[in-house]
Ligand binder design. Structure first.
Ligand code: HEM
Length: 457
């Protein structure tokens, strides 16, 4: 799906292609536009927009920005891949998450972005990724030893703790078990700050609201924690071959400044654990509501692994495990939409999308579109079992084009290994009702704790 081709993102000489037709959409109230409808429930608002207007392109207004919702996979591909040089991440994202991620890879543009991506890339080569497999399995095993038979756990908390410890060990060579609090506190404050159902998500960060104060305070503790990690690594006799060493090495060689190093540590610590934790949370929730699917998963694990812990070499044989994780990320994509802004007027689907406006490419809508999926609300891992004739961008949990997720292979490997390790040992029962109540923050979050019961097999 995704390519590793270097991008020539935006060189300022790119021509407009717009024809002048404006996409249809609700007008909303003067000034605030559709902000209240979005706040009530952005998922339903998007669903209504996609149904009531053109079906593939619709216009709306939120918090002073004009935005366009694109729900046709071909248009998603146009923005992310074909026309990638005509788009940037944009001002809205800078305004929202800029203070957390600054000049790090997620938000950087043009040459800055390319240099950072090139520096970090070796940490994500296939053989490096496979070397992280034992970390994922051993941390999952250690977590399981804390669980009793017939215990109830809050699965999102457990998976967050697990994916953060795996990420920190694999990419930064540090054991954060027992010292996760600055990262967890910053993540919790960020979830509140960007929760689209709260007015605060649409207010500027400099306003001294309680949520903003908490957010700033937790960001400064988080940054102090990152400085500690960098200092520890600089003090070490030898540099490992991990991501932290690549970043520190590039900084010491003058290719990256200290602030960008810090911003990238923040970017990877956040981007690298919260999304994977969500993918696993939704996978357990769905498995816990489908004993038949769980039975088939157990049968595959028993046949392939024969009671041994899973390894990277087993993954190509664990087809059904892969289908389960793929399907969970279809139904509950951890990233509910991807935003871009065109740097010139651009023609998409016969409409003009003006320069500087916001374009939203919602995984949430496209992954649940019945044009590409039969019974789209059903959890059906088998749908990934054979060839399919869906458009390529009917499924894009990791984005696409030059800015696709650099951690995609890492995340997919970790998710399958964790599912295999835990499902070998436990049968899951979901104690939280379906369908799940969700909140759209920077990621797709469960609105309430998701509880599962664990029964030793
Ligand atoms: C299931 C887990 C994950 C999901 C669903 C996910 C999703 C995404 C998506 C949709 C994007 C593209 C954003 C955009 O185009 O605006 C992205 C970018 C990114 N992700 Fe992930 N991600 C996951 C795991 C990870 C992991 C494990 C890491 C790091 C180890 C990571 C690091 C990043 C970074 C640094 C970027 C920015 C890449 C760039 O702009 O060049 N992600 N991710």
């Amino acid at each position: 799906m995704a390519t590793e081709t270097p991008s020539t993102t935006g060189d300022g000489n790119i021509e407009s292609t717009g024809s002048g037709r404006e996409p249809p959409g609700p007008d909303g109230l003067p000034v605030i536009g559709n902000t209240f409808a979005l706040m009530r429930d952005v998922f339903s608002f998007y669903e209504r927009l996609a149904q009531e207007y053109d079906g593939d392109v619709a216009r709306y207004r939120a918090a002073g920005d004009t935005a366009y919702l694109l729900t046709n996979p071909d248009y998603v591909a146009q923005v992310l891949v074909t026309d990638a040089p005509r788009f940037v991440k944009g001002e809205m994202q800078q305004r929202q998450i800029g203070s957390a991620f600054g000049e790090g890879m997620l938000l950087a543009e043009y040459d800055d972005w390319r240099d950072q991506r090139t520096t970090a890339q070796p940490a994500f080569y296939r053989d490096r990724i496979e070397a992280y497999a034992p970390v994922a399995v051993s941390h999952a095993e250690a977590m399981m030893t804390e669980w009793d038979d017939a215990e109830t756990i809050k699965v999102h908390d457990a998976m967050t703790e697990l994916t953060l410890s795996v990420l920190a060990q694999a990419l930064f060579g540090i054991d954060v078990r027992g010292r996760q609090s600055p990262v967890r506190a910053a993540a919790t404050a960020a979830r509140k700050r960007f929760d689209t159902s709260r007015l605060g998500a649409y207010l500027p960060e400099w306003l001294p609201t309680r949520v903003n104060r908490q957010y700033k305070h937790s960001l400064s503790s988080f940054r102090a924690f990152i400085d500690e990690l960098i200092a520890e690594r600089r003090a070490a006799d030898e540099l490992d071959e991990d991501l932290l060493s690549l970043l520190v090495g590039a900084t010491d060689a003058g290719g990256m400044d200290d602030n960008t190093l810090r911003d990238n540590m923040a970017t990877f610590l956040f981007a690298g654990h919260e999304t994977t934790a969500l993918a696993l949370t939704y996978t357990w929730f769905l498995l816990g509501h489908h004993p038949d699917i769980q039975e088939r998963l157990h049968a595959e694990l028993d046949a392939v692994l024969d009671d041994s812990p899973p390894t990277a070499a087993d993954l190509p044989k664990l087809d059904y495990t892969e289908q389960v994780v793929t399907e969970a990320m279809r139904l509950y994509p951890p990233v509910w939409t991807t935003f871009r802004e065109p740097t010139v007027d651009i023609e998409i689907g016969g409409y003009t999308i003006p320069e500087g406006t916001v374009v939203s490419l919602p995984q949430w809508i496209v992954h649940r579109d019945e044009r590409w999926y039969d019974d789209p609300l059903e959890f059906r891992p088998e749908r990934w079992g054979g060839d399919d004739d869906r458009p390529e961008y009917a499924y894009y949990p990791f984005g696409g084009g030059p800015r696709h997720c650099i951690g995609m292979r890492f995340a997919r490997m970790e998710a399958r290994l964790v599912v295999a390790t835990l499902a070998q040992e436990f049968t899951i029962e979901s104690l939280t009702d379906a369908p799940l109540d969700l909140t759209a923050s920077a990621n797709t979050l469960p609105a309430e704790p998701v509880e599962i019961g664990l029964f030793r097999r």
